[in-house]
Design a protein. Sequence first.
Length: 255
Amino acid sequence: MTTKPLPTDLPIHSFPAATDFETFLEREHATAPGIYLKLAKKSSGIASITGAEAVEVALCFGWIDGRANGIDDTWWLVRYTPRRAKSVWSQKNVTTIGRLVEAGRVRPAGIAAVEAARADGRWDRAYAGPATITVPDDFAEALRGNEAAAAFFDGLNKSMRYSVLWRIETASEKARASRIQAMVELLADGKCPGADAKAVGRTKKSSEKQTSVIRAVRKKRKQDGSEEVDRTLLVEANSSQHPRREGLRRRLQGN
């Protein structure tokens, strides 16, 4: 793996154990603007705090982690900063800090972050993780009004879908409608926030084929006198793009 250039906007630290990070935050949590934390990869054999341990320590002091990025064959790099006033909470972190509070590990700064989130509604709006997040009704309704966006979204893989849904679920109530509209327009243009360009290109090509099939099916239904248009169109579209191979079907029937 090629070594990536290191960021320079915040200091970079590594800690052999969770207690070392805890000692650092005990001293610096109220004054430091943030750090980049180096986490040794398991294969390196280097003594290092783990990602899960680091998140727990950070939550105890009112800090939060960012996205992990590999910088070489040995290290991950994660940005850690004090939680901002309007920072959204994940359901996973809500559960985690609840456990930490019961264990008596959370410091006053961490308690203050929880109380602030409870007071302004962010606690109740905590977003789900990739395994459990669902398409909210208001976004589903917006997709139904944009054929191209709906087809493109349906073609996204799990991680790309989460990239879209996470941005909607983390919007404030005031900004949610405009965030949904902007996301629909982005999807209609064959783009996905935070996704790999090559993967998006493959999805866009597939969704364009899917959209053309949907239009053809819709046209045929109207000609046949049926005005019903629903999500089963996507099933028909997918089956049209990937027809079953007759030879394979015969072989399966013969077994």
